[in-house]
Design a protein around this ligand. Sequence first.
Ligand SMILES: Cc1cc2nc3c(=O)[nH]c(=O)nc-3n(C[C@H](O)[C@H](O)[C@H](O)COP(=O)(O)OP(=O)(O)OC[C@H]3O[C@@H](n4cnc5c(N)ncnc54)[C@H](O)[C@@H]3O)c2cc1C
Length: 233
Amino acid sequence: MLVAAGTPGVTVQRVLSVYGYDDAPHGHAQIKFENVRVPASNMVLGEGRGFEIIQGRLGPGRIHHAMRSIGAAEKAMDWMLARVNDETKKPFGKKLNEHGVILEWIAKSRLEIDAARLIVLNAALKIDESNAKGALKEIAEAKVMVPSMALTVIDRAVQSYGGAGVCQDTPLANMWAQIRTLRIADGPDEVHLQQMGMNENKRGKEVTAKLNWQKEEGLRLLRESGVAQKSRL
Ligand SMILES: Cc1cc2nc3c(=O)[nH]c(=O)nc-3n(C[C@H](O)[C@H](O)[C@H](O)COP(=O)(O)OP(=O)(O)OC[C@H]3O[C@@H](n4cnc5c(N)ncnc54)[C@H](O)[C@@H]3O)c2cc1C
């Protein structure tokens, strides 16, 4: 149901912060609806079909969040590289990029961003082949994996800046707070993982039968060849 902001009975009680950051005006608010009246034509799709609308929006929304998370991770990586190449920052006489652990952060970040980018691409291809409904699994994979990856990369960048990383001198602290919400928004990670786990687990009986068949077949071939089975130990 579409309700115009100025409709009588609609009160914006307060705007909500994100990890203490002011998120207004594009963020979210606590809104009270009291005896609000709108014309029946304001109904979208039809009575009892709200869930359909939500589901229709969520798939594309989730992959969009994953794409933005890739962008945030790349940006964090840029900031980290700038920091560790800073000629004026030389703990123990060496630039940060000459300390092995920092190179490892850079390598892992590149690896994780590139892997996550492929997960998103895979979901996008699947949507193109069918539609968002046909790509539920692939979208869920991207939705769960990419924000967590981005948080790890941003966190390494924060660490490379020390105290400057957690204050307003870089965009990193704010970026971390924004991306953190994506592990909750559009369904928390746990719910997606539970669904993915249940779906994957459906193969349980089938793979057990396959493994048993492989075992029996192996024994049969040994018997046929006249080879006695030996204990692996
Ligand atoms: C910044 C932000 C923006 C948002 N934007 C929108 C928006 O634009 N539109 C919109 O409709 N909604 C939006 N949301 C709402 C969002 O979809 C919900 O916050 C989210 O679905 C989780 O619901 P909840 O907050 O009621 O938490 P709850 O349902 O109370 O869940 C709390 C926690 O319980 C655990 N949990 C819940 N269910 C399970 C389960 N089945 N198995 C195991 N653990 C579980 C999880 O750890 C979860 O984080 C937004 C949320 C945030 C934080």
